[in-house]
Design a protein around this ligand. Structure first.
Ligand SMILES: [Ca+2]
Ligand SMILES: [Ca+2]
Ligand SMILES: [Ca+2]
Ligand SMILES: [Ca+2]
Length: 277
């Protein structure tokens, strides 16, 4: 009888902690987006000031293009780890937009928000890599995962008339990298972005959909146009379509502490009930 009581108390504590831990695991999985990803390029009319080469300003109204998608904000990259621009400033032919506004790697963070398609660059929010330039981004509140099927898991939001090519690799630790192909098919003459299905590489690399990747590296592949001051691939945003939410380490610790306190108070209550009965 005594054995049974002790065993039952242990079960209560284990169940209490397990329930709370499972609650935390459920929250981790809540960020997964399955099967319904959509993206499109839309148009908006805006009025902006165009600064001509001779320094004069002209107010014009023009159409701007922008990326739209149904991704949640959490899917997007959160931190710049490394940026190596290979833009050759000497190549600048069009002086209507300065090199500097395309040289800020933080413009690749967060939700897509760049607007392009005419001479006004005031609404651009993207970073130019230049021939062979490199950008390494990190997901901090989420992680990239496989979808367990051939659906796209990763999307590079590149801006401009045609989608310029980058070589894409992913990493768990920012040190060991796994090549997952390009954002645009090598032989696609229209050069239209495609999502990257990372599952197709899992057999080769020994991963499953349980593996999580926090880092994405983009390297301009040298096949793009380089005659402007903002040459090469122009990165507006990077998103993990197949993603899981990653709780802050402190909040996960909090859940575990609550779990332990909860379990211990359950035990106390159980002991009291045992004493009374
Ligand atoms: Ca994020
Ligand atoms: Ca996939
Ligand atoms: Ca471009
Ligand atoms: Ca942007």
């Amino acid at each position: 009888m005594k054995m049974t009581k002790t065993f039952s108390r242990m079960c209560v504590v284990v169940a209490g902690v397990a329930t709370l831990f499972m609650g935390a695991m459920e929250a981790v999985q809540a960020g997964t987006l399955t099967g319904s990803f959509e993206t499109d390029i839309k148009t908006v009319s805006r009025t902006g000031i165009l600064t001509k080469q001779n320094g004069s300003n002209q107010t014009i109204t023009a159409d701007f293009k922008y990326h739209d998608s149904n991704l949640s904000d959490i899917s997007f990259a959160d931190e710049v780890i490394k940026f190596t621009s290979k833009v050759n400033k000497e190549d600048v032919k069009s002086k209507e937009a300065t090199f500097e506004i395309f040289n800020d790697p933080t413009t690749a963070l967060g939700r897509h928000n760049s607007e392009w398609g005419n001479e006004i660059a005031d609404f651009r929010d993207d970073v130019s890599l230049g021939r062979g330039g490199e950008l390494v981004l990190k997901f901090t509140d989420n992680a990239l995962v496989g979808s367990n099927d051939s659906k796209a898991d990763l999307w590079i939001f590149e801006v401009g008339g045609i989608d310029e090519r980058v070589d894409v690799s992913i990493s768990k630790d920012g040190e060991t990298w796994y090549d997952v192909g390009k954002n645009v098919d090598k032989d696609d003459e229209v050069q239209k972005s495609k999502g990257i299905d990372i599952d197709q590489y899992f057999d080769e690399y020994g991963f499953t959909s349980a593996d999580r990747f926090s880092y994405v590296k983009l390297v301009d592949d040298g096949s793009n146009t380089y005659e402007q001051g903002w040459s090469g691939a122009d990165i507006d945003a990077v998103a993990a379509i197949s993603t899981v939410e990653v709780p802050e380490p402190t909040s996960l610790l909090g859940v575990l502490v609550i779990g332990m306190v909860g379990g211990s108070s359950l035990l106390k209550r159980k002991v009291q009930q045992d004493t009374i009965s």
